[in-house]
Ligand binder design. Structure first.
Ligand code: PLP
Length: 380
C-alpha cells in the first residue's frame, strides 16, 4: 500500500468535505444556483481577508493575481519598491520587469525579515515609487515580514500603496487588511484555503482602486475593474473553474466554523511545535528570528545530503516535503503546516524525519523530536 501525504507549502492536503463537493456533477456558471454560491463565496472571502472590500477571484495560480497587482496598480513611469528576501520576492521584480516597470530592490538576506526602516528611507529618497511589493510570508525561506509596520510607513503617503503577497499568510496568521491599511492583498487556493491549485485572489483598498482608475499598463484577463463589475453581479467575467468555486464555498464554510482566532492559534501551535522539535533534534532553523507559521525551514545538518533526505521522505513514507530553492538548495527542507493540518499530522512528519536522519547517520536519540513536539502541543 502506498499512502501519500503532502507536507509541501502548496499544494497542501485537502479535507474530504471539500473533495466530495468538487466531485459533484458540474453546474453551469450562468445559472442562478451558481450565482448563489458566488454570493456566499464573496461573503466568506471578505471574512477571511478581514475586509469590507470585494475579493476578486481569478482562475489561475497565485502568480496571476501577482501579475494583476502590477498591471492594474501601476502606470508607465511609476517605480516599484520590491522586497527581495527569497524566490517570491524576486518574482515581484520579474513581473515588474515584464511590464517595463523600473523597480528598486531591497535585498534582504535569505532567512531574515525586512527592516521597515529601509523601506521608509527608500520611499523618502525616491518620490516616483508608487507601490511597495512584499510577501507576508516568504515561502521559500520560511520568513514572516513585518506587514503591520510596513503598512504604517506606506500609509503616511496619499499616493503610494502597499501590495502584499499573502499567499501563505491569509488563513495562517492575522493580517487584518482594513485595520492595518493594506492596499492590496493577493492569495491563492492551494495553500491555507484547503483547495487544489487553480484560483487566485486579489482585494484592493479604495486608495488602490484610485490607482487602478489611472493605470495605463496593458491588461486583459487580469483586468481588475472589469472583474469587479462582474463580481458585484455574482458572476465572473470568463468561465470560472466551477468545481473549485464549489469547493471554495465549502472550505470557506469550514474556516468560518472554526473562526479566525482559533485558526491562527492552531497554526501557531503546529508551527511552534515543529520548530521546537527540529531544535531538539539538533537542527538549526533557517528563519530563527521571524518565522512564518505557514512553513518551517529546517537546516540540514553537516554531512547529510539534503536532496537525498527529501527523496527518502517520499520513497520510504510517501511524504512530500519541499527542498530549498536556489541558494538554499541542499541546505534546508521545508515542512508545511498550513491549511488542513492537525497535531497528529506533525507527529507523523517529525517521526519520519527522525527515522530518516537516523538512517543517514545524524546522531541523536530516537524519539527526541517527537517528545519535544508532544510537550509543546500539550502546552497550548
Ligand atoms: C505559492 C506562492 C505563490 C504563488 O505561486 P503559484 O505557483 O503561482 O500559485 C506566490 N507567493 C508565495 C509566497 C507563495 O507561497
Amino acid at each position: 500500500m502506498e499512502k501519500k501525504y503532502l507536507f509541501s507549502p502548496g499544494p497542501t492536503m485537502l479535507p474530504p468535505e471539500v473533495l466530495l463537493k468538487m466531485a459533484e456533477p458540474i453546474m453551469h456558471h450562468r445559472e442562478p444556483e451558481f450565482e448563489k454560491i458566488f454570493a456566499e463565496i464573496r461573503e466568506g472571502l471578505k471574512y477571511l481577508f478581514q475586509t469590507k472590500n470585494e475579493v476578486l477571484v481569478f482562475t489561475s495560480s497565485g502568480t496571476g493575481a501577482m501579475e494583476g497587482a502590477v498591471s492594474n496598480i501601476l502606470s508607465r513611469g511609476d517605480k516599484a519598491l520590491v522586497i527581495r528576501g527569497g524566490k517570491f520576492g524576486e518574482r515581484w521584480g520579474e513581473v515588474c520587469k515584464a511590464y517595463g516597470i523600473e523597480f528598486i530592490p531591497i535585498d534582504v538576506e535569505w532567512g531574515k525579515a525586512v527592516e521597515p526602516e529601509s523601506i521608509r528611507k527608500a520611499l523618502e529618497s525616491d518620490p516616483a515609487i508608487r507601490a511597495v511589493y512584499t510577501q507576508a510570508s516568504e515561502t521559500s525561506t520560511g520568513v514572516r515580514h513585518p506587514i503591520r509596520e510596513i503598512a504604517e510607513i506606506v500609509n503616511r503617503y496619499e499616493d503610494k500603496v502597499i501590495v502584499v503577497d499573502a499567499i501563505t499568510g491569509i488563513g495562517v496568521f492575522d493580517i487584518p487588511m482594513d485595520q492595518w491599511g493594506i492596499d492590496v492583498v493577493v492569495s491563492g487556493s492551494q495553500k491555507a484555503l484547503m483547495l487544489p491549485p487553480g484560483l487566485a485572489f486579489a482585494s484592493l483598498s479604495e486608495k488602490a482602486w484610485r490607482l487602478v482608475e489611472r493605470s495605463n499598463l496593458p491588461k486583459f484577463y487580469f483586468d481588475f475593474k472589469k472583474e469587479l463589475k462582474s463580481t458585484k453581479k455574482n458572476q465572473s467575467s470568463y468561465t470560472p473553474a466551477i468545481s473549485l468555486f464549489v469547493g471554495l464555498r465549502e472550505s470557506l464554510n469550514m474556516i468560518r466554523k472554526e473562526g479566525l482566532e482559533p485558526l491562527f492559534r492552531r497554526h501557531e501551535k503546529l508551527a511552534k511545535a515543529t520548530r521546537e522539535a527540529a531544535k531538539a533534534l539538533g537542527l538549526g532553523l533557517y528563519a530563527p528570528d521571524s518565522p512564518s507559521n505557514a512553513v518551517t525551514a529546517v537546516k540540514i545538518p553537516e554531512g547529510i545530503d539534503g536532496e537525498r533526505l527529501k527523496d527518502l521522505f517520499f520513497e520510504r513514507f510517501g511524504i512530500t516535503v519541499a527542498e530549498g530553492q536556489d541558494r538554499a538548495k541542499g541546505k534546508i527542507i521545508r515542512i508545511a503546516h498550513l491549511g488542513y493540518y492537525g497535531r497528529l499530522d506533525m507527529v507523523m512528519v517529525i517521526s519520519a524525519l527522525e527515522m530518516l536522519l537516523k538512517e543517514m547517520g545524524h546522531r541523536f536519540e530516537l524519539g527526541t523530536g517527537v517528545r519535544r513536539l508532544e510537550e509543546v502541543l500539550m502546552e497550548f
